[in-house]
Design a protein around this ligand. Structure first.
Ligand code: FES
Length: 575
């Protein structure tokens, strides 16, 4: 460890170390709960941001894990303090956790700023939690380690492995088609979630935990450890020890979060076959770090990097298998020649040093560059008159016949309209039709709910159809699959071209050419635009109103306008 800071340089010294009336108050109140000078004198204070909550099964173990972190902090001579933060439980929060990602980002930043914290451990994992914690801690700028919650064990039903989300969609579709009975459905409900931890397919949680590690913000291998595995608390303890050293080394996130680090993360995302949601989050995180990543960069890198992880929903296996196959270090080893190995990480070592000696143990789960699961990357960005600022598709998870397709639109004005129509027996629909959902975007949802995997109309289910093109300005769960075109920007709620689509219009997709075109003349579109009326805002007051006023579009990462950038905020005055 190269010690750069002296005890009097610590932020916390201003609260505990000086001789004035306010620091008397800080010390006396700490003594009042049983701590004493030996706890804080000359020691880095480590804030453990904990997103544990009774209602978040993905984070059930984080209370215990905070204790493991504390043990590590104490061993290394630090003073750990646990700071609870809002828990974004993907399964329970409505209308969508995305409405609250920026709230947790703000909370993280301000919890660290307004209190005597020198370094941070970020405990989270469920979908939006990871980007939120990283966005906030990046903006705060003190040393931090992101500790991933880890995936749950794989599901089990009648000898079959079940994957979170992906198999819910799959068997729900079969139930709607009449192929699954109540007894079987009930058994699946009891077998699909066998432990605490995050979803165990390559959904948004697994994708974002891997991205955090690839960025250099987690200990090597941390993101692949299943939540109930005993490696997990041991990893937490090491993180607790390491963050204390990072404070003395003054290893701040700006030294880690470079343009090259973000390229590494995007390449890992592609090789993992990661969730489309990652595009929004990585753009937002990068902008907080002052790195101008955009959707184009995703598209460029997606053409260079094949999918190597054979994990659902694009592949066959689950995150538990991925861990046994060698985990993220092994995947990055296989990707070695495409990565910038010189990037610095929280270990104080480079990416290259961190993955040294990593091996793939199950080649069926983690493929090599010579034998990829899918030749091109996980995500393609399309542009055209229907999405002037872009939209995304996950080609690996779609029926290949839809990657070049022209068909007639069936347009739904909003989610409720879609639900009223989709299962009508007289719906005029074939698998060549294109389902279009409006008002599911950042302002329209609001919060860009995961409605983008529109259900296949019941009429088609009976004919055996399981995929068709669906277009929306919403997102889809990372556990979802199919020919779903998402994140259309600008969104329909603000008058983007998606708002102008009518049933019967023809839409053409060409994923190879990265194009999406609405075959309606400019003159007709101008006429429709003139007749278009902006919908009324959905929230008359409160957080929702603030959200609607300040939220950015999908291609900009959906950050609030006033949170963007990396301008320095002064330390709080203590008087
Ligand atoms: Fe928490 Fe999927 S519900 S990660």
């Amino acid at each position: 460890m190269k010690k750069i800071k002296r005890p009097e340089d610590l932020r916390s010294y201003r609260w505990f170390g000086v001789d004035d009336m306010r620091s008397f108050g800080h010390r006396s109140r700490m003594r009042g709960v049983g701590y004493d000078a030996g706890d804080w004198d000359g020691k880095p204070v480590i804030g453990i941001i904990n997103t544990w909550s009774d209602i978040n099964p993905c984070h059930t173990h984080l209370r215990a894990r905070a204790e493991s972190v504390k043990r590590g902090v104490l061993q290394a001579g630090g003073f750990p303090l646990e700071l609870p933060a809002i828990s974004l439980a993907e399964t329970f929060m409505k209308p969508t956790t995305m409405l609250y990602r920026n709230m947790l980002a703000m909370e993280t930043e301000e919890l660290l700023r307004c209190q005597p914290i020198d370094g941070a451990i970020l405990l989270g994992g469920c979908d939006k939690t990871t980007p939120a914690l990283i966005m906030g801690a990046t903006s705060m700028g003190i040393p931090m380690i992101y500790v991933p919650a880890g995936p749950m064990l794989r599901g089990n039903w009648r000898g079959e492995f079940l994957g979170s989300g992906s198999d819910v969609w799959k068997y729900w579709t079969e139930k709607r088609a009449g192929n699954i009975n109540e007894q079987e459905w009930n058994e699946i409900e009891g077998g699909i979630a066998r432990s605490f931890g995050t979803c165990m397919v390559m959904g948004t949680a697994a994708t974002m935990m891997a991205i955090a590690e690839a960025l250099g913000l987690s200990l090597p291998g941390a993101s692949s450890i299943p939540a109930p595995d005993s490696n997990h608390p041991r990893m937490c303890e090491v993180a607790g020890r390491r963050i204390v050293d990072m404070v003395w080394e003054d290893l701040t996130p700006d030294k880690i979060l470079t343009a090259a680090a973000f390229d590494n993360a995007i390449k890992v995302h592609m090789a993992m076959g990661g969730s489309t949601n990652a595009i929004i989050h990585v753009v937002a995180m990068a902008r907080r770090a002052g790195v101008p990543v955009d959707m184009e960069r995703f598209d460029q890198l997606s053409r260079q990097v094949p999918v190597l992880a054979n994990v659902r929903p694009s592949g066959k296996y689950l995150m538990e298998d991925f861990f046994y196959a060698g985990g993220l270090r092994a995947l990055m080893q296989n990707l070695r020649e495409l990565l910038d190995l010189s990037c610095l990480t929280v270990t104080g070592k480079t990416v290259g040093e961190n993955i040294e000696g990593a091996k793939v143990y199950l080649e069926e789960v983690i493929h090599s560059l010579n034998d990829p699961v899918y030749a091109e990357g996980a995500t393609a960005v399309l542009k055209g008159n229907l999405a002037p600022n872009g939209c995304v598709i996950k080609p690996a998870a779609a029926d290949p016949r839809f990657l070049k397709h022209r068909g007639k639109a069936i347009a739904f004005e909003d989610y409720n309209h879609m639900m009223r129509e989709i299962d009508r027996d007289d719906l005029d629909v074939t698998s060549d039709h294109i389902l279009v959902l409006k008002n599911a975007g950042p302002k329209g949802g609001p919060g860009m709910p995961e409605w983008g995997m529109l259900p296949i109309p019941k009429r088609l289910l009976g004919q055996g159809v399981r995929d068709m093109i669906r277009i929306s300005d919403g997102r889809m769960s990372g556990t979802s699959y199919g020919a779903c075109i998402l994140h259309v920007a600008p969104e329909s709620f603000v008058g983007g071209p998606l708002a102008l689509v009518k049933t019967g219009d023809e839409i053409e997709i060409d994923v190879d050419k990265r194009s999406i075109h609405l075959h309606v003349s400019d003159a007709e579109l101008a006429k429709r635009k003139a007749a278009w009326k902006a919908p009324a805002p959905k929230y008359p007051r409160g957080y929702g109103a603030m959200f609607s006023e300040h939220i950015g579009q999908a291609d900009q990462g959906c950050d609030f306008d006033f949170l963007q950038g990396n301008a320095k905020i002064p330390e709080p005055e203590i008087h």
